[in-house]
Ligand binder design. Structure first.
Ligand code: ATP
Length: 514
């Protein structure tokens, strides 16, 4: 099965089992907007809890807030979003499809990279054990040639974007002979800028109406509340403010399911530090955030950093955590050292002093900021794409299983009476009634046990508990584990402990504190 086919299956699976539905589906949907279903919302909430607790609960110097989506329009002037939150877009005249010009160029670079990787793989095969990859990459003429081409194109693109030279951006696309993936043609329009913010009107009468924006990121709600939180919480630098919430971007190219949406959710943390200490903190958060991802056990080789060589003018370090989705390595999280840009801009635009008074040195200064910014939905997709598996079982049977990290699974335990009679349903319901105070449980009595196991595998339930006739005599039940499919016989009184050991988030948190 190709990765594309796997991805299609995953999208279908998400719908079939109540994880994600297209928005307003009965009206044929709304592009790049999705609704989370009954199981999706549970997984999403668990992801948010994992993030929130690991930031706010585990770090005594981080507090949370929940700012409004609507903000004063000046916020977006200060942040630079009104003037510069633009994507360069280009249309193919034959397919009528619209693309982000920079993404077309980046994809071209990625293809060149793949060529290099193929050369490396070929050479590795030829030379066997004595193969020195670093040496090969540094000396092979073909590899060097491709690498130089990539660097030159990247450099041209960065300069063109920085100078807002859209004609040059188009020229790069022409020079690289990039074709439209749909029509295969190079019949491109000019490149145009397109602001990604949605606007709306506040106030009930049109004449008195004021244009406001739906926030394109949650970070600004933190910056404008810096002083409120610092003062009311008597926070001492270094400290952080965390927030989760909806953000909106009128994305030109909305593809790849929930990877790029027009309405999505972010989890952001801004960490305020003394100027000069930001790189040390940047490295700290870079490591901590990678640990957070890896603790889930989806596979260490599925992550990589993408350090930004070309930085935004206000940043002095930036990296992305990338995850290997079925459609390649893509950003899930950004970690940025943003200097004092944001607070200084708000100071300038609001006319208020936004500074921290350091009681030890007796000086006031505008703190520097290190931010970590992750999309909930991309995190969701990361987990689902790593979790989805089709397995061949003994006896020719097949199962689809979602190997969702147990602590994040929507349903933790399914309890099933072997048959719908003889008092077994009563015992099973009793077990659910005890466990439901702590865990999301499902009671299921329909179909054969095999079929019920398959249903729970398909939604990622880590544990199934079966009540049978023997249970009535010895008070023992069968616990079946999702991943190993192994079964064990235990006392009903031991259930709570077994579930706790299997699904507790604490184990994840402990890994972060190592
Ligand atoms: P991209 O380059 O993919 O557009 P970005 O660099 O603009 O992303 P940031 O502004 O740094 O993204 O946002 C931080 C995080 O928010 C991203 O790492 C991603 O997880 C999430 N995010 C951003 N835009 C979207 C979107 N349209 N849909 C879903 N998640 C998003």
């Amino acid at each position: 099965m190709t990765q594309e086919e796997v991805f299609k299956k995953l999208v279908a699976h998400c719908k079939e089992y109540g994880f994600i539905f297209p928005s307003s589906e009965i009206y044929d949907g709304l592009a790049a907007v999705y609704d989370y279903g009954q199981l999706g919302v549970e997984l999403k909430n668990n992801i948010k809890k994992y993030w929130w607790d690991s930031m706010v609960k585990l770090n005594s110097n981080i507090v949370g807030i929940d700012a409004a989506i609507f903000m004063h329009p000046k916020v977006w002037e200060a942040s630079g979003h009104v003037g510069a939150f633009n994507d360069p877009l280009i249309d193919n005249k034959d397919s009528k499809k619209r693309y982000r010009a920079d993404v077309l160029i980046e994809e071209w670079c990625e293809k060149q990279n793949e060529k290099i990787n193929k050369e490396v793989a070929k050479a590795a095969k030829r030379f066997g054990e004595s193969f020195d990859e670093t040496m090969f990459r540094q000396t092979n003429p073909r590899v060097i040639d491709i690498q130089n081409k990539i660097s030159a194109v990247q450099q041209r693109m960065v300069t063109a974007l920085e100078e807002n030279n859209l004609a040059e951006v188009k020229q790069i696309i022409l020079d690289c002979e990039i074709v439209c993936p749909i029509s295969g043609s190079r019949n491109w329009t000019d490149v145009r800028q397109f602001n990604l913010m949605f606007d709306t009107k506040i106030g009930s009468v049109a004449e008195g109406a004021n244009t406001i924006y739906l926030r394109p990121e949650t970070a600004q709600g933190i910056f404008v509340n810096f002083l409120n939180v610092q003062k009311s919480g008597r926070m001492k630098i270094p400290f952080g403010i965390a927030q989760m919430g909806k953000a909106f971007r009128n994305e030109i190219v909305a593809r790849q399911f929930i990877f790029r949406m027009r309405e999505f959710e972010q989890m952001e943390m801004q960490f305020f530090v003394q100027p000069g200490q930001e790189i040390q903190w940047f490295n700290h958060w870079k490591n901590f955030r990678m640990k957070w991802h890896r603790a889930l056990g989806l596979g260490d080789d599925k992550y990589r950093y993408h350090d930004h060589e070309k930085l935004a003018h206000y940043a002095n370090a930036a990296t992305d955590v990338e995850f290997q989705f079925p459609f390649g390595f893509k950003e899930v999280e950004g970690i940025h050292s943003r200097t004092d840009y944001d607070l200084s801009r708000h100071q300038q635009f609001s006319g208020r002093k936004i500074q921290y008074f350091d009681p030890e040195s007796g000086e006031s200064f505008v703190p520097y900021v290190v931010e970590t910014s992750i999309g909930v939905d991309r995190m969701f997709l990361q987990i689902m794409s790593a979790a989805y598996a089709e397995e061949q079982l003994e006896g020719g049977e097949q199962r689809v299983v979602l190997r969702i990290p147990a602590a994040l699974a929507p349903i933790k335990v399914a309890v099933m009476p072997l048959v719908k009679k003889d008092g077994l349903p009563e015992v099973a319901r009793d077990i659910v009634n005890k466990l439901k105070f702590d865990y999301m449980c499902q009671y299921d009595e329909k179909d054969s046990i095999g079929k019920r196991y398959r249903r729970q595998d398909a939604i990622g339930t880590p544990l199934c508990v079966t009540v049978d006739h023997q249970t009535l005599e010895d008070g023992m039940v069968t616990v079946r584990h999702r991943d190993s499919m192994q079964q064990q016989r235990i006392k009903i009184e031991e259930l709570q402990q077994i579930v706790e050991t299997e699904v507790s988030m604490k184990k994840l948190f402990e890994k972060l504190m190592d």
